[in-house]
Design a protein around this ligand. Structure first.
Ligand code: PEP
Length: 251
């Protein structure tokens, strides 16, 4: 399975900063990648267009939104539609990032609508899941991940889902903290996710990519992507600089 190396720029970078970062990244990585990987960049909405322009001839790079509202258009002040993301050149979008779940209180019902609607209108979806530290300490990782994945049970009749849906396992306590999950923790969590995907999708569940996210850095990326069932990474902080993200992409 081709690994997906995804950058989440969160609420960072003006248009000029985004343009400079993506140019630097392409300068370092080249127009052809030496490794067989997909690279996804998720800038803030205001920089989607400038990044789209820079990557349009780079065949290993994709553009993604960090969020959307599940409707074509309407009176939803402050929101953006998947159609608008597609229109600006996105092929992917994140759904359910832990900052959306915990700061903006997005619940499973809404996340289910987003995954379903986003896939229906043509976006590839990276559905983010992960436990909080108190849930891990209480031995609830299995239960939490299965419950978060249960929103997919109603979205199991789409052909080609294995190419369109990606899961990102991001333990909340490892995001932006510098505290990366251990190899055993990642292995076990990804195994739970893989088994649950097979429960929901049958054999196809074997071909759905599962990313790890949470304090991935150039010095731990290679070990992480070598773990069973880790099909790529979702990177926040270390994706903001071309130098560090390029090392992760080629790790
Ligand atoms: C993220 O934003 O999804 C993330 C994993 O952030 P960081 O790499 O900074 O932990």
């Amino acid at each position: 399975m081709k690994k997906l190396m995804a950058a989440n720029w969160k609420m960072y970078k003006t248009q000029d900063e985004a343009k400079n970062t993506i140019k630097d990244l392409i300068n370092i990585l080249g127009t052809e990648l030496t490794v067989d990987r997909d690279v996804l960049i998720c800038p803030p909405y205001t920089s989607l267009k400038v990044v789209a322009e820079e990557i349009k001839d780079i065949n290993y790079m994709y553009l993604g939104g960090q969020n959307f509202y599940p409707a074509k258009e309407g009176a939803y002040t402050g929101e953006i539609s998947p159609h608008m993301l597609l229109d600006v050149g996105c092929s992917y979008a994140l759904v359910g990032h832990s900052e959306r779940r915990h700061i903006f209180c997005e619940k499973d019902e809404l996340l289910k609508e987003k995954v379903k609607y986003g896939l229906e209108v043509g976006l590839n979806i990276i559905f983010c899941i992960g436990e909080k530290i108190e849930q891990r300490r209480a031995g609830q990782v299995d239960q939490v991940l299965k419950s978060q994945l249960s929103v997919l049970k109603d979205i199991n009749n789409m052909s080609g889902i294995e190419d369109r849906l990606v899961i990102a396992y991001e333990p909340v306590w490892a995001i932006g903290t510098g505290e990366v999950a251990g190899e055993k923790e990642i292995f076990e969590a990804h195994k739970i996710v893989r088994d649950e995907l097979k429960n929901i999708y049958g054999e196809v569940g074997n071909s759905i990519r599962i990313l790890y996210g949470g304090s991935v850095k150039p010095d731990n990326a290679s070990d992480i992507i070598g773990i069973d069932n880790v099909d790529g990474v979702l990177v926040g902080g270390a994706s903001l600089h071309a130098d560090s993200f390029s090392k992760i992409v080629t790790a």
